[in-house]
Every structure is written in C-alpha cells, then in structure tokens.
Write a protein that binds this ligand. Structure first.
Ligand code: PGA
Ligand code: ZN
Length: 422
C-alpha cells in the first residue's frame, strides 16, 4: 500500500492530566489528512523509548513538548514531505533511522509515534480501508477484544494509600463488546453505590476508576466482587473476572523486596500473597506483579502461577520485541502489555505483538494514564487479533472514546468475533 506524504505538522495540546502533548497531522494527496494525539505514562518502565520534554521550568513546570514539536515540524517533515513510501514499515524505518538512537531519544518517541500513527490513519483512509484492517497481520485474524475496565485506582494514579495501581473487571463471559460495555458500566455504578454505603470517597484516579481511602488490596478485591454481584453478574471465566496491575515497580523497596499495606515482603512472600488472592478471588490476570529488576522473582512467579493465570509484563518488557523475545527464552511471564508510545512506531508495536503471538504469549493492548480522545489503540486491538484491551474505567471521555470506537467497529462489522480468541 504505497503512499506519498504532502504534509507533516504538529501542535501542542493538553492530555487528560493537564500536561502538554503532541497532536500530529499528516496529509496525503487527494485531501486525505489525519491526526494523532500522543498519550503519556506516569508509572513507566526504565527502558521505555524516551518521551521528550522541554525541561523549561518557565512553561508547564518543565513538561512542555515544544522541542518534540520542533522536530516534527523541522527535521521529520523535511525528511518525509514529497516522498513516496512503500508501506507503513518503510515509513517507520525512515523515522527510526532518522532518529538514529535505539530508544528514540534524539527526536523523541512522542514525536515519532505521533507521526507514525497519523500516517497509518491517513494511509488507511486513502486506501478506503478501516484502520483496524490496515493494521492486521498474517499472525492472527481480526477480533473484537475483551475490555478490561479499571474501576479502582491506586499507586501512581491516585493520591490514596493503596499501593496496587489497577483493579480491573473483565467481562469474559460477554458475547459482544456492547454486552461487555454494559456489564462494565453497571458494575462501575454498583461500585460507586457500594463505596458510598461503606462511607468511602468516590473520588476518581487518573484512569477514571474510584480511588477510595483504602490500603489493603484484598479489601479492594472484596469491593470488586461485591460490585460484580450487586450488578447481577456471575464471577469468573464465564461471567466477569478480575485483572490486577499492581505495577510493583512503584512499591519495590530494594531488589526483591516490596512494601504493601505496611508490610515488608520478599518476592516469594509476594508470590504466596498472589496465590492466596487467586484462591480467594476470581482473578484471571496479573500484570507487573513484581518489579522490572526482579527477574529471579519473575521466573519464580511464572513457575508458580503461570499455569493458572495470565502473567503480563509491562514495565519489564516496555513493548520491546527484543525484551519480549528474551523473556520467552527465560520463561518469564506468559503475556505482554502493548503500548505504542513505549516503543515509538506502529511497525515496532506490531512486531512486539507478533513476537508474542508466535511464542504463544498473549498480548493486551493498553492506553496510558495520561490520555487524549485518540482511539488508535481500539483499532490496533481489533486488527492485531490479540483479544484484550485496557483503557481505564467505563467513564471519562478519554477512556470511553476507545470503548466507543470498539462499539462502532462492532456495529459496522458484524462479522467480527468477540473474545480472547484462545
Ligand atoms: P502508565 O500506567 O500509563 O502510567 O504507565 C499504565 C500501566 O502501568 O499499565
Ligand atoms: Zn502496567
């Protein structure tokens, strides 16, 4: 699918945390132009591609992105404008070669991913293809993914004392996105009511989930089960299951040592705690149960629980195909979280998914805690056929935009199946 680029332009906009980010426009002949807005994480892995910030304390407390915008409007536009590209991979190779560093640190991953995603959208439009179809590969058929709604927030995403970052509900038993969304919304509403009845705050965290003043993860799990039941859904693999992202980097004390709810725990203690949680609650997936530098712990976690539940690597893999391939060799985790801005381009993101699919690892597409109304990840989840997405609560515009895009795809393409695909 060849295309010719006529326009590349970026401007500074705000994300959902009131921090600056990029909106990139790419134009192709025939009036085909498309935008992409770039998300931003708060609990980041140390090996993520570099998000370029201005560090100019006189603007936005240093968080401005004028340097990245300068790179898009200058060097990148100069290199792309007036050129033909054989396909998305050709465009993305041009971007990474121009940057010249292994982690996009010269031009900024925020600059590269904005250009890459806007181009994908414009090229799909020009070809008359839905974006999800443009993103599909030979490794898995397109599939409407199971949404994972993050309804209790803690960790780096909320000011409450809860160390675990994300408590998600996943309607595994739903038959369509529409059914899954309804379940997520009804459970969210029941949880709000339950929190009020129990005298907890219904303040929200960065991803739209509630951020009650609780500390014990098991207490939050009890609230979740209660909300699922109150909403009238069965719990478990045929109803609504629970997925956790403790994001253990944030409560790691030192290598292999963690601090949860006032207790100091070793990696083995953490694994025993997770085992108990899996026994007591309908948990089907745990992401970043241990910190990125705790590879021994991760291997033990995988040996101990890997046959019972999904174990996702986020901060430890950072959507990097090489790191995922290494983890497959080392028997670490059995799934990877996929965030395009962690790696920098659409092609590298698709490669990370392909590495997972060929190794028998699952992949879950993810938003960032700092988001915009951009819905690219919904199309990516459908096109890649990975069967799973997380985009925060079933509330707040920037979260719901992705879920609503899934609904739209489902409505227009009734032939697409829904589910985990496994
Ligand atoms: P982040 O959080 O976007 O703040 O990194 C999401 C996650 O940890 O999965
Ligand atoms: Zn995570």
């Amino acid at each position: 699918m060849t295309f010719h680029i006529t326009l590349v332009r970026a401007m500074e906009i705000l994300d959902s945390r009131s921090r600056p980010t990029l909106s990139v426009t790419v134009g192709l002949p025939g009036g085909f132009s498309a935008h992409a807005a770039v998300p931003s994480g708060a609990s980041t892995g140390s090996q993520e591609a570099v998000e370029l910030r201005d560090n100019d304390p006189t603007r936005y407390h240093g968080a401005g992105v004028r340097r990245a915008i300068g790179h898009v409007n200058g060097e990148i536009a100069d290199a792309l404008r007036g050129r033909d590209f054989a396909d998305q991979a050709d465009l993305d190779r041009t971007l990474t070669t121009l940057d010249g560093t292994p982690n996009a640190s010269r031009l900024g991953a925020n600059a590269l991913v904005g250009v890459s995603v806007a181009t994908a959208r414009a090229a799909a439009a020009q070809a008359g293809t839905p974006l999800w179809q443009y993103l599909s590969t030979d490794d898995a058929p397109p599939l409407l993914p199971v949404p994972h709604f993050n309804i209790v927030n803690g960790g780096a995403h909320a000011p409450n004392p809860l160390e675990f970052q994300e408590f998600m509900v996943a309607p595994l038993g739903a038959r369509t996105v529409a059914e899954a969304l309804r379940a997520g919304s009804e459970i969210y509403t029941c949880l709000r009511h339950r929190l009020t009845v129990c005298g907890h705050s219904t303040a929200l965290g960065d991803e739209g989930g509630f951020a009650p003043d609780v500390t014990e993860p098991e207490y939050a799990l009890r609230l979740l089960v209660r909300a699922i039941t109150d909403a009238g859904y069965p719990t478990g693999p045929h109803g609504v299951a629970i997925a956790l992202d403790p994001a253990a980097n944030a409560f790691r004390q030192s290598e292999g040592v963690y601090r949860v709810n006032g207790q100091t725990l070793t990696s083995s203690d953490m694994i025993a705690r997770y085992r108990q949680m899996i026994d007591d609650f309908p948990i089907w997936s745990i992401e970043d149960g241990l910190a990125e530098d705790d590879r021994t712990g991760w291997a033990e976690l995988t040996r101990t629980l890997g046959s019972r539940i999904q174990l996702i690597g986020d901060d430890i893999f950072v959507t990097n195909p090489t790191l995922i391939a290494q983890a497959v060799d080392d028997h670490i985790a059995n799934a990877a979280l996929i965030k395009p801005n962690q790696i920098g381009t659409v092609t590298e993101t698709l490669r990370a998914i392909t590495v997972c699919q060929r190794a028998g690892y699952a992949a879950m597409i993810s938003h960032r805690s700092g988001e915009t109304d951009d819905t690219f990840i919904a199309d990516l989840a459908v096109g890649s056929g990975c069967g799973q997405i997380k985009s925060g609560a079933p509330a707040r515009g920037e979260r719901v935009a992705k879920y609503n895009r899934l609904l739209e795809i489902e409505y227009r393409h009734t032939e697409l199946p829904y589910g985990l695909g496994r």
